[in-house]
Design a protein around this ligand. Structure first.
Ligand code: ADP
Length: 500
C-alpha cells in the first residue's frame, strides 16, 4: 500500500519512540490507563449529570413557588380595582415585599400590555412586548430560565372576576416576574465544590483499583515469562499456565516449539556423530593398512603397491564423503544454491548414461533410456545431473548380475516425470521411509561390499525439492526399485516449500 513519505517518517518516529521508552509498550500500563480513562470519564459525566439535575430541580422549585404566589396575587388583582387605581397600597406593598424576598422584579400590565406597575420603577408606562407576556395574555402561565442572565422569567395572566371566563379568552392583565436564580445557582455551586472533593477521593480510589486490577490481569503473563525462563533443558516437564485461554495458547505454542527444537537438536547430534563415524572409518582403514605394511620390513614391492592402492581408495572415499557433506550444507542454505538455466533433459540423460556405461558393464547391468518426448526445463543442470546419476548408480550398485536399469522420461504441460527402475535387490517396506535420511544405509552387512556413504539419496532429494519438485520410491524386496521424480518445467522462484 502506498504511504506518503511524511506518514512513514511519523510512524517510524512513533515506533522508535515506543522502542526507546519500553515502559510505554507495557500491557500493564495500558490496562491501567484504560481503567483510569473509563473510570474518570464516568465520574466526570456522572458528576455533571447530577449537578445539572440538581440545578434544574432547584430552579423548578423556585419558579413554582414564585408562580403560586403570583397566582394568588393575580386572583387578588382580578377581584380588586388595582388596575384602575394602582395606589391600592396593599397589593403594591405585597408585590414590593415579594420582590425583596425573592430578589425579583415584578411588573403588572393592563389589558393593552402597558406597564402599570413596576417594582423596579423604571419601565412604568412603557409597553411590554416580551414573548412570555404575550403568551400569558393569551391565558397561559409561562416560566423560563434565562441561562445567560441567570434569571427565571415567569408570566401569569390576570382575569377580572367580573368577566365571564368562557366568553373572554384574553386576560385583563399580566403579572411578569424576573426572579434572580443566583441564590439557587450559588447553592448548587457550593454543592458542586463539595462533590468535587468526593470526585477527587473517588479518583484516588479508582487509581488504587486500576493498579490492583492491572496487576491481577497481567499476572498470568508474568507467570508465563517466569515458567519459560525456568526451562533449562528439553527434559523439563511441559509448561502449564491455564489462567487464560491466551496464556494456555502461548504456553502450548512454546511446548510445540520445544518439541520441534528437541527433534532438530537430536537430529543434529545424530548427524554430528554420524559424520564423525563416517569420517573416522576410512581413516581407521588407512591406519590399519599403513601399520600392517610397517610391521613387515621385508614386504615385496607388489604388496606395497597393493596396500597403497587400498589407501588411495580409502582417501577417495573420505574425499567423497567430505564433498557430499559440503554440497548438503550448501543446499541447506536454500534455493539460492541453484544456478537455473534452460536445459535439454533428453541430452542430459544421454550424456550421464554414457558416462555410467563402464560401471554398468562391469556390473553386468544394462541401462535403457525410454524417452517419450523432447523435454526442455529450467533446472540447475550440474546438480540435477548428479542427483539422477546417483539414482542410476544406486540402480547399478544394488542390482543382481545380470540386471537392468531403465530411465523413462515423459512430460505434460507443467511437469516432466522421470522414473528410474531397476531389477535389483529392492528395499524392505519399513526401510523405505528412511532411505532419504542422511547416512542411512538399509543393510549394514551388504554396505561393506557395496561402497557408499548413505548421503546420495538425501542430496538427491534436497536437489529435487530445491527445484520445487518431488521424489518418491516404490520397491519390492527381491524384485526391484522404482524412483519417480516430478519437476516443474518452469522454475518457480518465489515458492519456498517443495512439493514432496
Ligand atoms: P549409498 O551411498 O549407501 O548408496 P544412498 O543415500 O544413495 O547412499 O542410499 C541409501 C540407501 O538406500 C543405500 O545404502 C541402499 O541401502 C538403499 N538404496 C538406494 N537405492 C537403492 C536401490 N536402487 N535398490 C536397493 N536399495 C537402494
Amino acid at each position: 500500500m502506498y504511504r506518503p513519505n511524511g506518514d512513514q517518517a511519523t510512524s517510524t518516529k512513533g515506533k522508535s519512540f515506543l522502542l526507546k521508552y519500553k515502559f510505554l509498550r507495557s500491557f500493564r500500563l495500558r490496562i491501567f490507563l484504560i481503567i483510569m480513562l473509563i473510570g474518570m470519564c464516568s465520574l466526570v459525566i456522572m458528576r455533571r449529570g447530577l449537578l445539572a439535575n440538581e440545578r434544574n430541580a432547584a430552579i423548578d422549585q423556585r419558579s413554582s413557588s414564585v408562580m403560586s404566589m403570583m397566582r394568588i396575587l393575580s386572583n387578588r388583582i382580578g377581584s380588586s380595582f388595582f388596575l384602575e387605581d394602582i395606589s391600592d397600597g396593599e397589593i403594591s406593598g405585597d408585590l414590593e415585599l415579594l420582590a425583596e424576598v425573592y430578589n425579583a422584579r415584578f411588573i403588572v400590565t393592563d389589558s393593552e400590555l402597558r406597564i402599570v406597575f413596576d417594582t423596579a420603577d423604571v419601565d412604568t408606562g412603557k409597553y411590554l412586548l416580551a414573548g412570555n407576556a404575550i403568551s400569558a395574555f393569551r391565558g397561559k402561565s409561562v416560566s423560563e430560565f434565562d441561562k445567560e442572565e441567570g434569571v427565571i422569567e415567569i408570566a401569569v395572566p390576570v382575569y377580572s372576576s367580573s368577566v365571564d371566563l368562557d366568553a373572554e379568552k384574553s386576560a385583563n392583565a399580566v403579572i411578569l416576574a424576573e426572579v434572580s436564580a443566583k441564590p439557587v445557582l450559588n447553592a448548587v455551586e457550593q454543592k458542586s465544590e463539595r462533590s468535587l472533593l468526593i470526585e477527587l477521593l473517588a479518583a484516588v480510589i479508582l487509581l488504587g483499583v486500576a493498579l490492583i486490577v492491572s496487576n491481577i490481569v497481567v499476572r498470568p503473563f508474568d507467570r508465563v515469562t517466569r515458567a519459560i525462563r525456568g526451562v533449562v533443558s528439553y527434559e523439563d516437564s511441559e509448561l502449564v499456565v491455564s489462567d487464560y485461554m491466551e496464556t494456555e495458547e502461548i504456553v502450548d505454542a512454546f511446548n510445540d516449539l520445544r518439541t520441534r527444537m528437541k527433534a532438530v537438536d537430536e537430529s543434529r547430534q545424530e548427524f554430528v556423530s554420524n559424520v564423525s563415524h563416517e569420517l573416522k572409518t576410512p581413516m581407521a582403514s588407512v591406519k590399519v593398512l599403513a601399520d600392517s605394511i610397517n610391521m613387515m620390513p621385508d614386504a615385496p614391492i607388489e604388496m606395497y603397491k597393493d596396500f597403497m592402492q587400498d589407501i588411495s581408495a580409502e582417501i577417495d572415499r573420505e574425499n567423497a564423503i567430505i564433498s557430499n557433506l559440503l554440497s548438503l550444507v550448501k543446499m541447506d542454505k536454500g534455493a539460492g544454491a541453484l544456478d537455473v538455466q534452460k536445459c535439454d533433459i533428453n541430452l542430459m540423460l544421454e550424456n550421464l548414461i554414457k558416462r555410467l556405461g563402464p560401471l554398468a558393464k562391469k556390473s553386468e547391468v544394462d541401462i535403457i533410456l525410454e524417452s517419450m518426448r523432447n523435454v526442455t526445463a529450467d533446472v540447475d543442470e550440474l546438480k540435477l545431473a548428479s542427483a539422477i546419476t546417483n539414482l542410476i548408480e544406486n540402480g547399478i550398485k544394488y542390482n543382481k548380475k545380470p540386471g537392468w536399469v531403465k530411465a523413462h522420461l515423459d512430460a505434460d504441460h507443467r511437469f516432466f516425470t522421470l522414473t528410474i527402475s531397476d531389477s535389483g535387490i529392492g528395499i524392505p517396506k519399513e526401510e523405505q521411509a528412511h532411505i532419504f535420511e542422511r547416512f542411512y544405509r538399509v543393510d549394514k552387512s551388504h554396505s561393506k561390499e557395496i561402497s557408499g556413504s548413505g548421503l546420495g539419496l538425501s542430496i538427491a532429494r534436497r536437489t529435487i525439492l530445491l527445484h520445487r519438485g518431488s521424489i518418491k520410491v516404490d520397491s519390492e524386496p527381491g524384485e526391484g526399485t522404482t524412483f519417480t521424480i516430478r519437476i516443474p518445467l518452469s522454475y518457480i522462484a518465489d515458492n519456498t516449500s517443495g512439493a514432496d
